[in-house]
Design a protein around this ligand. Structure first.
Ligand SMILES: Nc1ncnc2c1ncn2[C@@H]1O[C@H](COP(=O)(O)OP(=O)(O)OP(=O)(O)O)[C@@H](O)[C@H]1O
Length: 303
């Protein structure tokens, strides 16, 4: 369990994290989501005691993590996959960590096998691809068989097979009763990875809930309508204040009226409908909508 209470971090005039309170529970994969610069890495570093909060507290299983000796047996973390000594082999790197954390040597071979690096175990890390470095970082996180695991953007650099494998591993780790906290700036990555979401923007909490609850926050609802007479339909629904967007596949997207009202209007005006479907916001749309004000580097309109 990870508990943050009014966690705040300022760098000079920049407030990276602002009065952030949340709980990450065991037995679930919790996604930590926010646009670039939202404060995810800063928060993860404070959980690990690598950065001191300006104010507020964060504990792992009831204690500040820094107070733990043999840290890797309590919390496993992948922060920056490049932050390893390139001149060493994967075996040498993991063996040194195992020694300093009083972890049995056999775990080194076990985790290398688990992440698919057994055949590259004696190669220099400097020659590893980004995906291989990610796998090594994951092996490091797993080394101490810890009850709490943190991963900062772990899907970066992995091929589709690697993404599926890692998702499966997150679910297994959670099913074993561990706390699994995974950051990403992409909702699409979290959609099939996380059971719950903690969403932040500009260092502040936007949501802490299940994926379903999060999707329900999206306010945009539209109705897809297919008719042989789109001009007539457009005329009657726009007269009631709705807006209509023609789609490439010949259907229309109507916003501003319920499906029930659209079908009443069509019936009254003898307009044939072949399809009428209500669409709620997707997770991605809900995320874009809720974080729109928090995007630090919004892209301009395409020219
Ligand atoms: N050491 C630092 N000194 C000054 N400002 C910093 C420092 N570290 C982070 N920041 C600022 O704090 C804010 C949050 O950064 P952080 O890296 O935590 O965000 P993030 O959500 O992890 O972003 P990304 O998805 O881009 O990795 C940003 O505005 C960043 O510029």
């Amino acid at each position: 369990m990870i508990e943050a209470n009014e966690l705040t971090k300022r760098y000079g005039r920049v407030t990276a994290v602002n009065a952030l309170s949340f709980t990450v529970r065991p037995g679930l994969v919790t996604g930590f989501l926010g646009p670039n610069g939202a404060g995810k890495t800063t928060t993860l570093r404070m959980i690990l005691g690598l950065n001191d909060p300006t104010s507020g507290t964060v504990t792992v299983d009831g204690y500040p993590f820094r107070d733990r000796s043999r840290g890797l047996r309590h919390v496993g973390a992948l922060l920056d996959a490049h932050d390893v000594h390139g001149g060493r082999s994967a075996v040498a790197h993991l063996s040194a960590l195992a020694r300093s954390n009083a972890i049995p040597r056999r775990r080194v071979d076990e985790v290398l096998e688990e992440v698919g690096l057994a055949n590259a175990a004696r190669r220099r890390i400097g020659g590893f691809s980004l995906g291989m470095k990610q796998r090594l970082g994951i092996a490091t996180a797993l080394l101490g068989d810890p009850p709490v695991l943190l991963f900062d953007e772990p899907l970066n650099g992995l091929d589709p097979e690697g993404v599926l494998w890692l998702r499966g591993m997150f679910h297994r780790l959670a099913a074993e009763g561990r706390t699994v906290f995974v950051s990403s700036h992409l909702m699409t990555e979290m959609e099939h990875t996380a059971d719950r979401l903690i969403v932040i923007g500009r260092g502040e909490l936007i949501a802490s809930e299940s994926l379903t609850e999060f999707a329900a926050r999206g306010t945009r609802q539209s109705v897809t309508v297919r008719t042989p007479d789109p001009a007539a339909l457009t005329a009657v629904v726009t007269a009631e204040g709705a807006s209509v967007e023609p789609e490439d596949d010949g259907s229309c997207t109507v916003t501003g009226l319920s499906a029930a009202r659209i079908s009443e209007l069509a019936f009254d005006h003898r307009i044939m409908l072949h399809e009428i479907t209500t669409r709620s916001s997707s997770l991605e749309e809900a995320f874009m909508e809720l974080t729109a004000d928090s995007v630090e580097y919004p892209a301009g309109e395409p020219r």
